[in-house]
Design a protein around this ligand. Structure first.
Ligand SMILES: N[C@@H](CCC(=O)N[C@@H](CS)C(=O)NCC(=O)O)C(=O)O
Length: 494
């Protein structure tokens, strides 16, 4: 039976039932909604959606909600009292099915007025510049954006960020209609965050990037990974084990699987080591932030990862970085099954290390060349080499399986899983990559199905479309990350 939202999706593919049911429709960062005509178009669409939903309620004996459109303009405000959802205006869905537009609860993004009617700018952090200076910098940045001088605009954004002030642009601006009008304190104390209908408290504002922030695309659906993050972000902050990680990072995902496999109680600390660019879906870039900026934003993280790369862990003051070293540390520090390195078998342990390195140095490397090189012939060549390396790996796997060593998982499975996920999802999306159907790839497919069904591995699978979006810059070879720099010498197109 067709539901009300299935028919609506024919005209508005980005709408989700929970969102519309709440009377709120998110508008993705792009296209820009700036002109009266565009706003009117969105209003019409919303009215149609509302009417269809009312009809659906009537036909299904549900109470018909009072759905109204409420357009607001954002103001300059940093508001430490209001929960930070990161949403902008129309985009403030908390997904809990309650109509927040009925005057009972204020939208998280509406400025708080003090008793004298002035806008309450909240509590700036100790590092924050005076308001006049912030306003001046915002003007300069808007000016730079109008002149398409994005490096300068980014510089100002980062400068403010490093002083504890986050800018929130109107969605989708390319320097014309959309401008920074709002600011929020960053990385300073507790910040509320909306996730899956629950209001959680994030340790720092960057964690909002794991949820629906201003640049969240309404077509993205939270899945196992996002649910795990929500659970961990809600955990007490003073746990002895802290995992510094980025939701999109395959290296960090290795460490994430390790702590999930050992069923540890850990704090999930989201780090974004890259610039945010609101012209891109989700704002995700692969452009490295300078170490000093990372240090200002995430001092505790840098203390546990001196090169500013995720993942790292801090366990009661023990600090370890580099994904495979983190996995081994977790295995030894929490010396109980499942073991990532087989106990009492030095040769097997050595082989586990050899094949884990093989994943990074051969399989991952050639896949990234295939993804990043802009020259079609070089892409094809890298694909062939990548397939050969996959076959070599498959031949080293236990015949029975399903895991690399057989019945028990090991570090090799943890090393490969996040990358295989990207080979399949990202490779297919950007390069039309299809895995061959031979004996070796059948073995790998069997391994993939088994690992995907293992709870700790599954718990780290994030929204596919969102993950794919975060790889856009690699597919155009626009990344300046540590990883991208390390691959440039292997690319034909530089
Ligand atoms: N060899 C490192 C690589 C880690 C890595 O490159 N992580 C990326 C995120 S996927 C990162 O932190 N990049 C930040 C940067 O390039 O500055 C490991 O295995 O942990």
């Amino acid at each position: 039976m067709e539901t009300w939202y299935q028919s609506v999706t024919a005209t508005a593919t980005s709408l989700k039932p929970a969102t519309a049911a709440a009377g709120l429709v998110g508008c993705r960062a792009q296209p820009i909604i700036t002109t009266t005509l565009e706003v009117r178009g969105v209003e019409e669409l919303l009215n149609r959606v509302y009417e269809e939903y009312r009809q659906f309620c009537r036909e299904n004996g549900k109470s018909v909600p009072d759905l109204q459109i409420n357009l607001t303009e954002n103001q300059l405000v940093y508001n430490s009292k209001a929960p930070f959802t990161g949403g902008m205006g129309l985009d403030d869905d908390e997904g809990d099915g309650k109509d927040k537009r009925k005057g009972k609860s204020r939208s998280a993004k509406e400025p708080v007025k003090s008793q004298d009617g002035n806008i309450d700018r909240g509590e700036p952090g100790p590092n924050a510049p005076p308001v006049q200076e912030i306003e001046k910098l915002i003007d300069e940045r808007n000016e730079a954006r109008r002149a398409n001088n994005f490096p300068e605009a980014d510089r100002i954004r980062q400068l403010l960020h490093s002083r504890g002030v986050a800018l929130m642009d109107e969605p989708g601006g390319r320097g014309k209609g959309a401008e920074a009008k709002s600011v929020a304190p960053v990385a300073l104390g507790a910040v509320g965050l909306s996730f899956q209908g629950a209001s959680l408290v994030a340790e720092n504002v960057k964690a909002a990037q794991t949820s629906r922030d201003a640049l969240w695309d309404p077509s993205w659906v939270e899945t196992h990974g996002e649910r795990t993050i929500a659970k961990r972000v809600a955990a007490p902050k003073d746990l002895p084990l802290k995992l510094y990680t980025s939701w999109f990072c395959p290296f960090a995902q290795r460490a994430w699987i390790a702590v999930e496999e050992k069923q540890l109680d850990y704090s999930y600390v989201e780090i974004n080591p890259y610039e945010v660019d609101d012209r891109l879906p989700g704002g995700y870039t692969k452009k490295q932030l300078p170490l000093e900026v990372k240090k200002a934003m995430y001092p505790d993280f840098i203390a546990s990862s001196p090169r500013g790369l995720v993942p790292s862990v801090d366990c009661n003051g023990d600090k370890v970085w580099e994904s495979l070293h983190v996995v081994q540390y977790i295995d030894e520090r929490f010396d109980h099954p499942p073991y990532f390195l087989p106990r009492n078998d030095p040769v097997k342990r050595a082989h586990v290390r050899i094949w884990s390195d093989f994943v990074t140095e051969k399989m991952q490397r050639n896949f990234y060349v295939h993804l990043m090189d802009q020259d079609p012939a070089a892409q094809a060549k890298a694909k062939d080499v990548f397939f050969q390396e996959c076959r070599t790996f498959a031949r080293a796997m236990s015949k029975d399986g399903p895991y690399f060593l057989g019945k028990e998982i090991s570090m090799v499975d943890i090393a490969l899983f996040p990358f295989w996920q990207r080979f399949l999802w990202v490779g297919r999306h950007y390069r039309g990559l299809e895995m061959p159907k031979d004996k070796e790839f059948e073995r790998l497919q069997r391994w993939w199905e088994a690992t995907c069904n293992r709870p700790a591995f599954k718990a780290t699978l994030v929204c596919q479309d969102r993950l794919i979006s975060s790889y856009g810059q690699y597919s155009r070879n626009e990344g300046t990350s540590d990883c991208a720099k390390g691959l440039q010498s292997s690319l034909k197109q530089k």
